[in-house]
Design a protein around this ligand. Structure first.
Ligand code: TXE
Length: 492
């Protein structure tokens, strides 16, 4: 029996007016287990206009303390149901349960973090040259915000956007990826149960056409998107026609740099976490491993040995370490990149093919793949594969490491393994990446800002900086001097 999910528009669960449905496939067994609605342009328009009504109505007058209370309640509901939600997400996108379980709790943590800001959106009092003018700033919500997410971490990506958007007092229309919409829709139930006014959070589903309808209209005040650089660029182009501001969290080709002085007992698991966690389907994947020549051979063989020992299996089993690719398109795409790597002359150290043994036979499984002696200018070192495929690249010294690290169009994350404190500081400042991890990788915190440089996007998520993406600044000047002014000269 398949579940037929509906959409949340204006506080009501509805089918789409087009009657079109899209299947949700479990990537472990390729069974269609649910269907989602393909929203029509009219459905999207309706969602935007109910969000507008909700914003202009009750929500605009809901104070920060009440918004915080609702957000804490939302976090509580998610925490209480985290195990079920994790199983659902694992069924939908194939991420291993140990990862989705943590992600649910981390998502809840983010709602709590931003709830703390809801009643602390202070402005500033600014002293001017003119002592009779009282000047202050106010941070106001933008209005209606469109939030578009990808399939790899639906609930995590949503929290990055929805938590600061609600804390700042906006109403939203959410569109999850057509490849994994279930948890976002279930989360809509928590929104209702928490007591948010109807229409503050709307959820529409469907493919890129729905995203397009949401991002080509002047009726939204802001767009926040996580997905590919290609679609990010289309959205920024469309939004620019209406001068709608955009926050973009796009892909990466992140360098993970191992120096010869590093503690390899930490660096090797760090490198594995960077590329094989979540089957490499994360924007922060450390997909290029740069290794200093004195330890190059040792690191290559340690990584190969550990990669071969990774336990592939049903992602719903807590013992499984790596699950399948999330969908057929992604599976084919990863295999094509592996072919390209081989054709371009990189050395396959391990993997390089689908994994089909035993219970893996029906899933989109690919063996953990390690390429060594990769040329940084080759396709597999430049393009985001979004799969369990590591490119290892040797380097001779710091200067060359930085040059290689920065030689891609992306700039999302980076890792650095060294016991030399000065070098850690030096390199951290020279790498073009929104996040630098030193002696750790894939570590996240609600308080720390996250986002890209170069074609990895712009704007920041998480941390206090994220609030800035969802407010507008107003400056107010009040003249309390009694004197009449010269109307023909600017007053300073
Ligand atoms: O992403 P898309 P896909 C990268 C990764 C992956 C590739 C493709 O390399 O292999 O992107 O994944 C909506 N206007 N990342 O195809 O197409 C779409 O419905 C507006 C990196 O899933 O970018 C979905 O909700 N919206 C990334 C969302 O955009 C449109 C995470 C993302 O889809 C649209 C995922 C349009 N014209 C993939 N077309 C990361 N930053 O972590 C599609 N969408």
């Amino acid at each position: 029996m398949t579940t037929d999910y509906q959409m949340l528009i204006g506080g009501e669960w509805r089918s789409g007016t087009s009657k079109e449905r899209l299947p949700s496939t479990n990537p472990f067994d390729r069974e269609v287990w649910a269907t989602i609605q393909q929203a029509s342009p009219e459905d999207v328009e309706q969602a935007i206009s109910t969000a507008r009504e909700a914003f202009e109505g009750e929500w605009k007058h809901t104070n920060g303390l009440e918004r915080a209370r609702l957000m804490h309640r939302l976090a509580e509901l998610l925490e209480a149901d985290a195990d079920r939600m994790a199983r659902l997400e694992t069924t939908d996108n194939g991420k291993v349960i140990r990862e989705t379980s943590n992600q649910m709790r981390f998502a809840a943590r983010n709602y709590r973090f931003f709830a703390g800001y809801a009643d602390k959106l202070y402005g500033e009092v600014i002293p001017l040259d003119n002592p009779t003018i009282f000047d202050y700033t106010a941070r106001e919500p933008l209005g209606v915000v469109a939030l578009i997410t990808a399939w790899n971490s639906p609930m995590g990506l949503l929290a990055n956007k929805l938590a600061p958007a609600l804390a700042a007092g906006n109403a939203v229309v959410v569109k999850p990826s057509e490849q994994a919409s279930a948890t976002t829709l279930e989360f809509g139930r928590f929104v209702e149960e928490a007591g948010f006014p109807a229409g503050v959070v709307n959820i529409v589903t469907g493919d890129g056409r729905v995203g397009e309808a949401l991002t080509t209209t002047p009726a939204v005040d802001k767009i926040s998107f996580t997905g590919s650089a290609q679609v990010g660029s289309i959205i920024a182009g469309n939004a620019s026609k209406n001068l709608v501001p955009v926050t973009l969290e796009l892909g990466g080709k992140s360098p993970n740099i191992v120096f010869a002085d590093a503690d390899l007992d930490q660096a090797v698991p760090g490198a594995l976490a960077g590329i094989f966690a979540s089957t490499g389907q994360t924007c922060i994947a450390g997909s290029r491993l740069l290794v200093e020549s004195p330890v190059y051979d040792e690191v290559v063989s340690l990584i190969a040995e550990r990669a071969q020992a990774i336990r592939l299996g049903n992602p719903i089993d807590p013992a499984t370490e790596m699950g399948p690719a999330a969908n057929e398109t992604q599976y084919q795409r990863i295999l094509e990149y592996i072919e390209t790597g081989i054709d371009e002359g990189a050395r396959v150290v391990t993997g390089g093919e689908p994994a089909r043994d035993g219970e893996l036979k029906n899933g989109f499984f690919i063996s953990p793949t390690v390429f060594a002696d990769v040329d940084n200018h080759s396709t597999i070192a430049q393009e985001e594969i979004f799969g369990p495929v590591l490119s290892i690249i040797p380097f001779e010294d710091e200067e060359q490491a930085i040059r290689i690290a920065n030689d891609t169009m992306y700039g999302l994350a980076s890792g650095l393994w060294t016991n030399d404190l000065s070098r850690a500081h030096r390199i951290s400042r020279q790498v073009d990446a929104g996040t630098v991890w030193v002696n750790t990788y894939r570590t996240a915190a609600a308080q720390a800002p996250f986002g890209g440089m170069k074609q990895s996007g712009y704007g920041r998520e998480r941390g206090a900086h994220a609030l800035q993406e969802y407010v507008r600044i107003k400056n107010v000047m009040i003249d309390f001097g009694a004197e009449a002014r010269d109307p023909f000269s600017i007053r300073t």
